[in-house]
Design a protein around this ligand. Sequence first.
Ligand code: CO
Length: 200
Amino acid sequence: MLKELLARNVAWAKERTAADADYFRRLAGIQNPEFLWIGCADSRVPANVITGLEPGEVFVHRNVANLIHPGDLNMLSVLQFAVEVLQVRHVIVCGHYGCGGVLAATDNRRHGLIDHWLEPIRDTARANTAELDSIADPMARTNRLCELSAAAQVKRVAETPIVQDAWDRDQDLTVYGLVYSLQDGLLRDLRCARNKREPS
Ligand code: CO
């Protein structure tokens, strides 16, 4: 399996240099992304591929169910580097329909350690009980929770001292919420974007 993966890598690198001899030389010299992507670790939702962005164009952090835990040193380190050093202008929190993490958070079964990680999803579900209970179809209900959870994480990113300080410095920075559909490959805007001037 690893041999196959390495062979694919060689083929890819050859293809890139065949199309553009300077490709890697240019890439190695600059990392200047406009976007920070915070997405699910799900293998079907690779940030660069679904946005058509090249290496160097998006800084990426992924975890199970694209969650923001205020004490997550990994996420905070990525966020701080992206905002303060790379000076990205767009932070995208991207959920996706059919998210296994969202399903696991709400199926009333024990899954072990991951249940602690998924707690923010149950928080969001509790805060939106009336709306979620009104959706009869279980799949549609889960998908709505995927949207609500991603929107809730936008709020949590916006409330971090890192983002608040950037806005206090008048840094141009917007946090967006998107949701991705595995069915059609399209991203949808959850219309919950935040920046200092226009909280929504
Ligand atoms: Co997921």
